[in-house]
Design a protein around this ligand. Structure first.
Ligand code: ATP
Ligand code: MG
Length: 392
């Protein structure tokens, strides 16, 4: 029965010129999200709201599901449009609307009408009162509550007349694209897709880099990362995923550096390479899935060591989260089932039995000098041979 949706968004901080940038980005993201849905939609903005009008058949549940992934939306109201065929006809339509939407009518209601066109025969107060009466006549079990009604029945008199009463919550946040772009270090784990999701929620477009170590990590492990990039893209729009062949760098570090420092030194090279690509692609920061103390390479001491090789800010949205809190979000965003597939990760292959938990940066730097001879060339080769996959 619904043929359209009214999209509501929080208006804080989007006054003046920012407002239309915000709205345009939101329209753009809605278009992207609905491309994957059955049916055609006309999306347009009008008077501080965005309208999504279905053109013919569409799948209601699927459409809602996709709209609920568009950051910047605070609420989605399914709407029925009716032609203006006089007030009595309108009351009939509203009465049958209530029958369709509320099988249980032991409820209180309030009619809230707005006249966007002043040539309509009745004023708002009159519409509210007369329609209220028509509803009570049709459904004696219902009653009016003007302060705290169960059902707020909105009637908007425009070219057509809009009837709506339900608001489905949106995901909140800011439309992706209003906050610049950042480079996500995306592994096949649970944490990094959640980290990307959280930064995208604040309006930031996401590019990603994955460090692949064939033959130690399989094609299937890489495909899992591509799948996770697709999960992120359902919220963030197309994700440009850069795949770096990291094998030779890892083997070289393994050969030249103390094994308990392998992970830290490897992570420092990941950050350096990610930052290099980030700068080339106009990203304004890096994102990782790190959380204090989760593993040896994520103690505060280790974070000093990985952080110091970067100039760009490193965003770590999970820094204060426990694993179970991260898992909750991972499940909510439909990443979890993919993340727990058992494929090897490049970090786990060369991992030492007793990695340092309090690395000393000066010592790490000294040991990195063991790599002087070939590391620049290896990094350059890794950059030259990188593969780009657009996940959407
Ligand atoms: P995740 O669940 O995200 O894999 P993790 O708990 O396994 O995280 P680490 O392996 O220490 O933690 O990695 C910390 C962060 O470093 C990850 O969240 C991710 O941002 C980045 N990272 C680790 N391995 C890779 C990789 N192979 N490619 C890209 N980024 C990586
Ligand atoms: Mg990992």
């Amino acid at each position: 029965m619904f043929t359209a949706f009214l999209i509501k968004y929080a208006e804080i901080g989007i006054k003046g010129k920012n407002r239309y940038l915000f709205e345009d980005a939101l329209v753009h993201q809605i278009k992207f999200a609905l491309k994957k849905c059955e049916g055609k939609f006309l999306i347009h903005k009008s008077q501080g709201r965005i309208h999504v009008d279905a053109q013919g058949d569409f799948d209601y549940d699927e459409t809602i599901e996709h709209l609920q992934k568009v950051f910047g939306i605070s609420g989605i109201s399914p709407v029925v449009y009716v032609e203006d065929e006089g007030f009595e006809k309108l009351c009939d339509r509203v009465v049958s609307y209530i029958a369709d939407v509320y099988p249980d009518r032991n409820k209180t209601f309030k009619v809230h009408s707005r006249r966007a066109r002043k040539d309509y025969a009745k004023e708002s107060m009159e519409i509210n009162a007369d329609m209220g009466e028509a509803i009570l006549n049709a459904y004696p079990e219902m009653s009016v509550d003007v302060h705290n009604p169960d059902i707020m029945l909105n009637i908007e008199i425009r070219e057509k007349i809009y009837i709506y009463s339900e608001t489905i919550p949106g995901p909140g946040g800011m439309p992706v694209g209003t906050g610049g772009k950042a480079m996500l270090l995306l592994s096949g784990g649970i944490d990094s897709p959640v980290a990307g999701y959280m930064i995208a929620k604040r309006g930031v477009k996401i590019d990603a880099v994955y460090f692949h170590a064939p033959p130690y990590t399989s094609e299937r492990a890489k495909q899992k990362v591509v799948d996770l990039a697709k999960v992120v893209s359902a919220y963030a729009g197309p994700v440009w995923l850069h795949v770096i062949n990291f094998t030779d760098i890892q083997l070289y570090i393994y050969e030249k550096c103390p094994h308990e420092e392998l992970t830290i030194i490897m992570r420092r090279y990941m950050m350096r390479i990610a930052e290099h690509i980030a700068k080339e692609t106009h990203c304004l920061g890096l994102i990782t899935g790190e959380s204090i103390g989760q593993v040896a390479s994520q103690t505060m001491h280790s974070l000093i060591a990985t952080n110091e090789v970067c100039e760009l800010p490193v965003y770590r949205p999970l820094i204060g989260f426990d694993k179970n809190e991260i898992v909750d979000i991972s499940q909510k965003i439909d990443a979890f089932e993919t993340s727990i597939q058992p494929y090897e990760d490049c970090c786990t292959i060369f991992v030492a039995k007793h990695p340092v938990t309090k690395p000393n940066v000066n010592i790490i730097r000294r040991h990195e000098r063991n790599l002087e001879e070939r590391i620049e060339e290896l990094v350059q080769t890794a950059l030259d041979t990188k593969e780009l996959i657009v996940a959407e």
